[in-house]
Design a protein around this ligand. Structure first.
Ligand SMILES: Cc1cc2nc3c(=O)[nH]c(=O)nc-3n(C[C@H](O)[C@H](O)[C@H](O)COP(=O)(O)O)c2cc1C
Length: 179
């Protein structure tokens, strides 16, 4: 399917591409899918995120971009820590659940996560892996904030299957050749 962009026009120095053009182009770029969780008890929150990126191995640093108006944002911002759960190709329903506005929040989240005996941090059963992250820097990103975080602990998942991808607006299993 061809991507339809707005009409060509001269580009000024202060130009900003229309959001719909950016959205149309980003649909072409496949990413993995994660759930980012943060907070405890009544403040526990989790959301689907594909902006997750590995930044540095030494020191171990990752970045995630979080919409300021999301309900998960205050939990991440105030606790200074979050967990990233890498979703497997069997977790498309999990991705849909945590992308919805109407989803479990606070204590209602407890049934969806388990607690790691060593770190006492939550992890998502069935995920490929979970990372425990502590925020080191925050960068403004328009209607999002970029959280740069140190990875304190990595927990491999029990599921060694394939990854879940987001491509052309769809949640789809990674092709076998990519695993
Ligand atoms: C595949 C996918 C990836 C997403 N990635 C992000 C992301 O990186 N950052 C973000 O702020 N929202 C992202 N979203 C949107 C949030 O999951 C969505 O706005 C969610 O409702 C936020 O939940 P909350 O308001 O309860 O925190 C993504 C949604 C989908 C379906």
């Amino acid at each position: 399917m061809a991507t339809t962009l707005g009409p060509a026009r001269p580009v000024a120095r202060s130009a900003s591409a229309p959001p719909d053009d950016l959205r149309a182009v980003m649909r072409l770029f496949p990413t993995g899918v994660t759930v980012v969780s943060s907070g405890r008890g009544a403040r526990a929150a989790a959301m689907t995120a594909n902006s997750f990126v590995s930044i540095s191995l030494e020191p171990p640093r990752v970045l995630v971009s979080v919409m300021k108006s999301s309900r998960t944002y205050p939990s991440i911002d105030s606790s200074g820590e979050f967990q990233v759960h890498l979703l497997s190709d069997r977790q498309d329903e999990v991705a849909r659940l945590f992308a919805a506005r109407d989803k479990p929040f606070g204590h209602a989240l407890e049934g969806h996560f388990a607690t790691d005996g060593e770190t006492s941090r939550p992890y998502l059963p069935g995920a490929l892996a979970s990372l425990d992250c502590r925020i080191e820097e925050r960068f403004p990103g328009g209607d999002h904030t970029l959280f740069l975080a140190r990875v304190e602990h990595v927990r491999p998942g029990e599921d060694t299957g394939g990854a879940l991808l987001f491509h052309r607006g769809r949640l789809t299993p990674a092709p076998a050749a990519a695993q």
